[in-house]
Ligand binder design. Structure first.
Ligand code: SAM
Ligand code: DTB
Ligand code: SF4
Length: 329
């Protein structure tokens, strides 16, 4: 099937709005044409600098503007990051994603993040970072150091965006994605549902992603984790079927992309998640914690994979192949 980047909003609406079972069936059909239906890719997240972020994203516990209970943490040591990366590898992750609560990395942070990328890459893991906005030169240096993916989400529709973030624009986000592409890295970009947006905003987000010149290789679909103290702490919970519809339309419109179940899994049953896999999701974040919030536990995930007969995609290196004492640390 030819990959299309010229989806119209009307086409996306028509996909989104069809009877639920027709939509999930179609998404599964497309999924099977492009991926092994029983394989899942697993990534692990680590916050390398937590809290005190100058941005005002209304969903985020890490913004310095809201009174959240989160304890801020300065940059963590590279050795600690490597330790966490080894244990992610040992528990079956193929990608390690390092996130910082920055508007953008400062030049003084670059040696720190570049060293980290080199060392994590050397373990045989795919590397991903999410550090806020980048300029072209930063993107090039990250690529050169061995960064495989850069995560930068569009978050929501262009129309709803200003209700959620005022400190950077939607076009700023597109510019960062452009620098990442120009530098030759893979793009991880998706959004959040359950921010109080309406259906047309979810369609708008999907339309933006599916009409990027090249689809993001990874598309995380986060479900809001309401954070105490933030303006979205008490937003009405979104019906799960809307999240599943978003996943299914992402699968149909971006058939070669990995669609990732991201924030919001900790409260979901195995059967809720099985429905998301039916709708074409084929990746998730594993580990006890996301960046600051609890995630579905690793043990629970392993049980779920077993129950559903899902096979985890392997990292390039296995712990046994590493000359260093990965298991011990
Ligand atoms: N500071 C960087 C940035 O914003 O680009 C990187 C980290 S930021 C936490 C990465 C993404 O996590 C956000 O774009 C958002 O989509 C998601 N996220 C953050 N807080 C969330 C929450 N409470 N619930 C769901 N998703 C969330
Ligand atoms: C993404 O789209 N979701 C992840 C990752 N990319 C960086 C982050 C989710 C954060 C959830 C809330 C928290 O732990 O702070
Ligand atoms: Fe800062 Fe990222 Fe949170 Fe926005 S989402 S407040 S940029 S850490």
């Amino acid at each position: 099937m030819q990959v299309r980047n010229d989806w119209t909003r009307e086409e996306i609406l028509a996909l989104y709005d069809q009877p639920f079972l027709d939509l999930v069936f179609e998404a599964q059909r497309i999924h099977r044409q492009n991926f092994d239906a029983n394989t899942i890719q697993v990534s692990t997240l680590l916050s390398i600098k937590t809290g005190k972020c100058p941005e005002d994203c209304k969903y985020c516990s890490q913004s310095a503007r809201y009174e959240s209970k989160l304890e801020a943490e300065k940059r963590i040591a590279v050795e600690k990051v490597i330790q966490e990366a080894k244990s992610a590898l040992a528990s079956g992750s193929s990608r390690f994603c390092m996130g910082a609560a920055w508007r953008n990395p400062h030049e003084r942070d670059m040696p720190y993040v570049l060293e980290m990328v080199k060392e994590v890459k050397a373990l045989g893991l795919e590397t991903c970072m999410t550090l806020g906005m980048l300029n072209g030169s930063q993107a090039e240096r990250l690529k050169e150091a061995g960064l495989d993916y850069y995560n930068h989400n569009l978050d929501t529709s262009r129309e709803y965006y200003s209700h959620i973030i005022s400190t950077r624009t939607f076009d700023d986000r597109l510019d960062t994605l452009d620098y990442v592409r120009q530098a030759g890295m893979k793009v991880c970009s998706g959004g959040i549902v359950g921010l109080g947006e309406n259906q047309s905003d979810r369609i708008g987000l999907l339309h933006e992603l599916a009409t990027l010149p090249i689809h993001p290789e990874s598309v995380p679909i986060n479900m809001l984790i309401p954070q105490e103290g933030t303006p979205l702490a008490d937003v009405e919970k979104l019906d799960l079927t809307e999240w599943i519809r978003t996943i299914a339309v992402a699968r149909i419109t971006m058939p070669h992309s990995y669609i990732r179940l991201s924030a919001g899994r900790e409260s979901l049953s195995d059967s809720d998640q099985a429905l998301a896999f039916m709708a074409g999701a084929n990746s998730l974040f594993s580990g006890e914690k996301l960046l600051t919030s609890p995630n579905a536990s690793e043990g629970q995930d392993k049980q779920m994979f077993q129950k559903l007969g899902l096979i985890v995609e392997k990292a390039k290196a296995t712990v046994k192949e590493l000359s260093i004492d990965a298991m011990a640390s």
